[in-house]
Ligand binder design. Structure first.
Ligand SMILES: [Zn+2]
Ligand SMILES: [Zn+2]
Length: 549
């Protein structure tokens, strides 16, 4: 066991570990950090952790350790939690960085100065320094003394360099987040400025990622992979990147929207492939910031895409594992072109503009082919929006029969634009507006579902086939949907009209179960299920009558 060092200064709030070792040596007559190597050899100390050495050499208990943060000398490695989850690239151990006024006032090295992206002092509102005022060289940790360069230059005597207000705000935020992470206290806002509110839930490690990524992507607009910037531990390299990040965050979200507008290609607004519109640069940026704490960036990104990209509908209709056969109401882009008598290119434009519905199914090869909803082609051919439908056409549009349409009208579900009088009711003089038919289909906003077979969904067709006798017939279901008791959540692209409407299975089951006891008259099968009996038992003479009350 080595003896305690003669002078044992206490660690100061948020002091850097490596800075403390320098100060500890200085207090005991060893001005340079190289003392550690010599001391260890002299004392015959084994390789050990910083924590063990600290207690043995100073006698201070572990509470004093709570003031020390950041990496230590390689000889005395520190526990990982002292790095606060911050990536090694953001810890700068190559050269020192400091605020001359802080150094003069307090005489110790703050841990946050080791962060590559902390380049200003939030207290003194000035740029940090990394060059000796005399020899103008970077100052390493193992050369020079506590506040003196190896050339003798005074590190605390450097002329002030101002920083811009956005950069100042970033430095304050970084400093505050760093302190919060060290003290493990819940984040308290410095102010209620927009920036502090926007980044309230962001940990310092993520803030560094955000600043670097956003800054690099906005500063180095021409580079494909701008994150690989050399020497980012140098203030002169980090400064313009941080300025860019600060400008974007300072004017959030308008500045970010402007930035995206500048980088996206307006000529590709209609492109089916989103990446053609946003370009590789924005695509990479949106991928880079995927931590949940940074979702506000993604939200802004999606807001931009939704507002500016016309290919949206198509992209959401991308299908996987869809078996496309001739009997299904899905045709190829080529067939659609033939039906419409136009070029395939024009079909692509019509799809991207939302006039007809189509998508690119996932295929194993790299070849992409367009498939199109046959019904949407027919609708388009008919002249569609605002068009009037006869009874036959309405039935085809809704994927149902003419008698059903009459039932819908009788049940108040559909209002015809024109209804022939009693004598002529059989004729095809009925008129329906398309908007009215679309309303029954759940409106135009209903999305295609990529996996309509999944267990969480049930289609109207399935329900009617299985439960119509028990009171879940098509008219009742549509009435419940219009009353808001049930909701259409998506469309099965392989089913026409009403048949393809998809409901949430568990919500339907709850609705259906709630209805069962209310019902006064049961069909045979339902009565048997309700009573927990076999159907043939109810068929016995005692139960005859067909209706059970
Ligand atoms: Zn300062
Ligand atoms: Zn010097």
């Amino acid at each position: 066991m080595p003896p305690l060092l003669p002078t044992r200064p206490l660690p100061q709030p948020l002091e850097s570990t490596i800075g403390y070792l320098l100060r500890l040596g200085g207090a005991n007559g060893f001005p340079s950090l190289t003392w550690l190597q010599a001391y260890r050899k002299h004392m015959g100390l084994p390789a050990q952790d910083f924590e063990v050495f600290f207690e043995q050499a100073t006698g201070h208990g572990s509470p004093a350790l709570l003031n020390l943060w950041g990496p230590s000398s390689a000889l005395l490695p520190i526990r990982p939690e002292k790095r606060l989850g911050i990536k090694n690239t953001y810890w700068n151990l190559r050269y020192r960085r400091w605020c001359p006024e802080c150094l003069r006032e307090h005489g110790y090295w703050r841990a946050e100065w080791l962060l590559t992206l902390q380049i200003a002092c939030p207290v003194h509102r000035r740029l940090l320094h990394e060059l000796c005022p005399s020899c103008e060289q970077p100052v390493g940790w193992y050369s020079g003394e506590l506040v003196r360069c190896r050339c003798g230059g005074e590190l605390a005597q450097v002329a002030r360099i101002e920083v811009t207000p956005p950069l100042q705000a970033i430095a304050s935020l970084l400093s505050q987040k760093f302190a919060t992470a060290c003290e493990r206290i819940s984040s308290t806002l410095l102010s209620d400025s927009g920036l502090d509110l926007l980044l309230a839930d962001v940990h310092v490690a993520r803030l560094l990622e955000l600043l670097w990524t956003l800054g690099c992507y906005t500063h180095h607009r021409a580079l494909k992979i701008p994150l690989k910037v050399q020497h980012h531990h140098r203030i002169e390299v980090a400064l313009p990147v941080l300025e860019s990040a600060a400008q974007i965050l300072w004017g959030w979200p308008a500045s970010f929207q402007d930035f995206m507008a500048e980088l996206s290609d307006p000529a590709q607004r209609q492109a089916l492939d989103l990446h053609l519109f946003i370009g590789l640069h924005l695509k990479a940026l949106s991928k880079a910031l995927n931590h949940p704490e940074l979702h506000f960036v993604r939200q802004e990104f999606e807001r931009f895409v939704t507002a500016n990209w016309r290919g949206v509908i198509v992209d959401r209709h991308r299908f996987t594992d869809q078996h496309l056969t001739a009997v299904q109401p899905v045709i190829t882009g080529k067939e659609a072109a033939e039906i419409l008598g136009i070029s395939r290119k024009k079909v692509v434009v019509l799809v991207s503009e939302g006039h007809i519905q189509g998508w690119y199914p996932a295929t194993k090869g790299s070849r992409r082919f367009l498939v199109v909803d046959r019904e949407s082609v027919r609708r388009f051919q008919q002249g569609c929006s605002g068009g009037l439908f006869t009874l036959v056409e309405a039935a085809r549009y809704l994927g149902t029969s003419r008698p059903r349409i009459r039932l819908f009208v009788a049940g108040g579900l559909l209002k015809p634009a024109f209804k022939p009088n009693e004598q002529k009711e059989h004729s095809a003089h009925w008129m329906f507006e398309q908007a009215e038919l679309d309303r029954l289909l759940g409106g135009l906003s209903t999305q295609m579902h990529s996996t309509p077979d999944c267990d969480s969904l049930i289609s109207l067709d399935q329900i009617c086939r299985g439960r119509a006798r028990d009171g879940a017939d098509l008219v009742t279901l549509l009435q419940a949907i219009q009353a808001g008791a049930l909701a259409i959540i998506a469309r099965d692209p392989c089913q026409q009209g009403l048949k393809g409407l998809l409901l949430d299975r568990s919500r339907f089951n709850a609705w259906f179960a709630a209805r069962l006891p209310e019902k006064q008259i049961f069909a045979l099968a339902a009565a048997a299920r309700y009573l927990g009996l076999k159907e043939h038992v109810l068929n016995r003479p005692g139960f005859r009558g067909g209706h059970f009350v």
